[in-house]
Design a protein. Structure first.
Length: 213
């Protein structure tokens, strides 16, 4: 059974304590909602979860093992979708998604590029150079990554931004299907996207003081 745990995490950026003594746990088939006002550290926590930042203190565990002990293997177990897209404007929509699927290292037979494009209503744009996409279409293309190749852990930062009602429904369906397969999700959003009510309010772990010089 998959399990993703953070123990007593503290993050300091510059002289600011973003949060301290924060712990979380996500089990198989669960969604963890990250809540809190802007600047409370939701994006920072997701980047810590993804291994893009290191905590000042604390440990992140995947199935009981420190995720930092084999960082390369751990990165292959997750999809991280942040605020900034990684779209290559010279490539077509399908080429972008294929590139990301190849980067995941998943067996080509297990990839589902075409299905992911259809899931987010991008199939008819598959041959369009990505530079012509609207903001909403770019967002959908970034989100299509989570369906194009399997990964047990999804880390999503405000994924509902720039999505219309239909696209938001597609995201909900993708998350529900991921849960049914035992997948894990951590998501910063005020939308209800999955079937769980597991909520972590980051502001409860924020210390509003500066680190002593």
């Amino acid at each position: 059974m998959a399990e993703f745990i953070g123990q007593e995490l503290t993050c300091i950026r510059g002289e600011r304590v973003v949060f301290s003594d924060l712990s979380f746990a996500i089990g198989e088939g669960e969604v963890l909602y990250l809540r809190g006002p802007n600047g409370s550290g939701k994006s920072t926590l997701l980047r810590l979860m993804a291994g893009l930042l290191r905590p000042t203190n604390g440990t992140i565990l995947w199935n009981g093992e420190n995720a930092r002990d084999d960082a390369e293997t751990f990165r292959g177990l997750l999809h991280y979708v942040g605020h900034q897209d990684a779209i290559k404007t010279a490539l077509t929509v399908e080429e972008n998604l294929t590139f990301w699927a190849e980067m995941s290292g998943v067996d080509p037979e297990k990839r589902a590029v075409g299905e992911a494009l259809e899931e987010f209503s991008l199939g008819h744009l598959s041959t369009l150079p990505a530079r012509f996409l609207s903001a909403g279409q770019r967002k959908r293309l970034n989100l299509a990554r989570i369906c194009a190749s399997p990964a047990p852990l999804w880390l999503l930062d405000e994924p509902s931004n720039s999505l219309d009602t239909e696209s938001l429904g597609a995201l909900r369906s993708a998350i529900s299907a991921h849960q049914e397969k035992g997948g894990l999700v951590a998501v910063a959003t005020h939308e209800e996207l999955g079937s769980d009510t597991n909520v972590l309010d980051i502001s409860e772990f924020t210390k509003k003081k500066e680190v002593a010089a």
